[in-house]
Design a binder for this molecule. Structure first.
Ligand SMILES: Cc1ncc(COP(=O)(O)O)c(C=O)c1O
Length: 401
């Protein structure tokens, strides 16, 4: 076989979303587009704010000399300055352009961080459930993903983290608001996490870095605040993008921000810039870098996502599902009525509903609904969700009798 064995295994491991996509295409052919309720992909469906399109048109008309050329690997100075000024206000930590590296989305940001920090065998510790690509990213750079459970409401289990951090841990990676649970980690949790990492770094004689993956920072409901790690731990980095807050995931624009007091931050920033280049990105798309200069703090209409969340939450609860109401992101992570989440996802498929089993995210016994879909998909799916829940109830009764 031409394809490397490891990649063949990875294809198999990452196959849930692909399987759902194929199943969706098959079901749509049989039943028609509007009879299939696809919640499998987290593709933001609230359109970018009008100002994004206006600024883009303006930029293209301006036709600056050298507009499509190469630039410093870390990105345009003007872009980094605009991001740093905004973050300094948002996170109340003074940041300059030199603390920012502009990247190809949050995925690019995470990959350059891991490339810059991991030596072979180093561990990346991640609270579960987690964004499934973290495991592949760790492997890209010779690292090993290690997961640690969260509480039943998906908040951080700090005692479990304290126990799981070892002399091999190089990075603790958190994601808040979280994909797939929508949970946000509190100020007090981050404070305690910072203390744990300080203690453990001293104990093992090497700095453990804290990375916060936060592309959903602005997708939060009811005036929720997302606390900032920069307030609680100096050896920290933020990885993020404009994929969700400006609905631009296809444009591949994001950044890494490094805490000004991070250990050897100059060398780390040099490593991040070089990683950007040698991983093949070279730099984030130039047009998008210029675009975001004037769009700091702009966000899609978050209330549209809140309405979708609320409709689904009330519909699912009425049908008997147990779930934690997520304060952010655009995912629900309800419990499956019985332990086998893959089996329950198949029951939902019989109702033409496509979701992803929680085991794919290190959260068995649950399923993920990406509700960044049309309102009609949500409305149309509710009878099927109710029907599958009743069927599962009957199956459990039959099994126990
Ligand atoms: C938690 C999390 N991190 C990172 C990413 C990658 O984001 P981007 O498309 O900006 O690279 C995603 C995408 O869905 C995500 O959910």
């Amino acid at each position: 076989m031409a394809v490397a064995q490891k990649m063949s295994q990875f294809i198999e491991k990452s196959s849930w979303i692909r399987k759902m996509f194929e199943e969706g295409a098959r079901l749509k052919k049989i039943h028609g587009e509007d009879q299939v309720f696809d919640f499998s992909l987290g593709n933001p469906n609230v359109p970018p704010p009008e100002i994004v399109k206006e600024k883009l048109r303006e930029l293209v008309r301006r036709d600056l000399p050298g507009m499509h050329g190469y630039m410093p690997n870390a990105g345009f100075e003007e872009t980094r300055a605009a991001v740093a000024a905004y973050l300094s206000r948002e996170h109340r930590v003074p940041l300059g352009p030199d603390q920012i590296v502009v990247t190809c989305g949050a995925a690019g940001a995470l990959n350059i961080i891991l490339k810059a920090l991991l030596d072979p065998g180093d561990e990346l510790l991640v609270p579960a459930p987690y964004f499934v690509e973290y495991g592949f990213y760790a492997d890209n750079h010779g690292g090993v993903l290690k997961t640690v459970p969260t509480h039943d409401d998906f908040t951080l289990d700090l005692a479990a983290i304290e126990q799981a951090v070892s002399e091999r841990t190089k990075i603790v990676l958190i994601n808040s608001p979280n994909n797939p649970t929508g949970q946000i980690y509190s100020t007090s949790a981050l404070q305690q996490l910072g203390r744990i990492l300080e203690k453990k770094s001293r104990r093992y004689g090497r700095t453990i870095h804290l990375v916060s993956d936060e592309p959903y920072r602005k997708i939060v409901y009811n005036d929720q605040e997302v606390p900032c790690i920069f307030q609680h731990y100096p050896h920290s980095l933020i990885a993020t993008s404009y994929s969700k807050d400006l609905s631009l995931p296809g444009e591949r624009i994001g950044f890494v921000a490094v805490h000004p007091d991070c250990e050897q931050s100059g060398q780390l920033l040099a490593a991040l810039s070089l990683a950007n280049r040698i991983l093949g990105f070279v730099n984030a798309p130039g047009l998008m870098q210029r675009l975001i200069v004037e769009l700091q703090g702009v966000c899609v209409e978050v209330d549209a996502y809140r309405r979708k969340r609320d409709r689904l939450v009330s519909g699912l609860r009425a049908a008997g599902y147990e779930l934690v109401v997520p304060p952010g992101a655009f995912y629900l992570f309800p419990k499956t009525p019985f332990a086998d989440d893959v089996k329950f996802v198949r029951l939902l498929q019989e109702e033409n509903i496509l979701v992803v089993p929680g085991s794919g995210f290190g959260g068995p016994g649950h399923f993920r609904i990406a509700y960044c879909v049309d309102d009609s998909t949500i409305e149309g799916s509710l009878p099927g969700f109710a029907h599958a829940r009743s069927k599962a109830g009957r199956m459990m009764e039959e099994e126990s009798s």
